[in-house]
Design a protein around this ligand. Structure first.
Ligand code: MN
Length: 135
């Protein structure tokens, strides 16, 4: 399964770090550095999973997520919010915008690949259940 992952992050260092943690797996990695690019790339490439920094130039991650969730075919894409602010209520804000889950920065590089793999596995399970409702 060569799943497509879109990493949205405006910090080049963080982007490199995120890509590095996922490089050992056979994912197709796509990147975007601002909200406009994230939206355009997601619509064009239909990734299986999006890692979304919430603090982005042009359009923030909340706006991008909300917009994507309104587009048919994007209701089921797994979106992980990344945020630097471990503020109370932040998690709720991310989930309200339509993110499936939330990871606060700095990410734990040892645990992160497992989190992503787990989410993709859940997604695969849901897809199979939809396609073969009797099995
Ligand atoms: Mn940022």
């Amino acid at each position: 399964m060569n799943e497509k992952i879109l990493i949205v992050e405006d910090s080049p260092q963080n982007l490199r770090l995120l890509a590095m943690t996922l490089r050992a797996k056979s994912y197709t990695l796509l990147t975007a550095a601002d909200g406009e690019e994230a939206l355009a790339t997601a619509v064009r490439e239909h990734p299986d999973l999006i890692i979304m920094d919430m603090q982005l130039p042009k359009k923030n991650g909340f706006e991008v997520t909300r917009r994507l969730r309104q587009i048919p075919g994007f209701s089921k894409v797994t979106i992980i919010a990344l945020t630097a602010y471990a503020m109370k209520g932040d998690r709720e804000k991310c989930l309200e915008a339509g993110c499936d889950t939330y990871v606060s920065k700095p990410i734990n590089t040892r645990e992160f690949p497992g989190v992503i793999a787990g989410l993709l596995l859940d997604r695969r399970g849901e897809k199979n259940a939809q396609e073969n409702p009797d099995s």
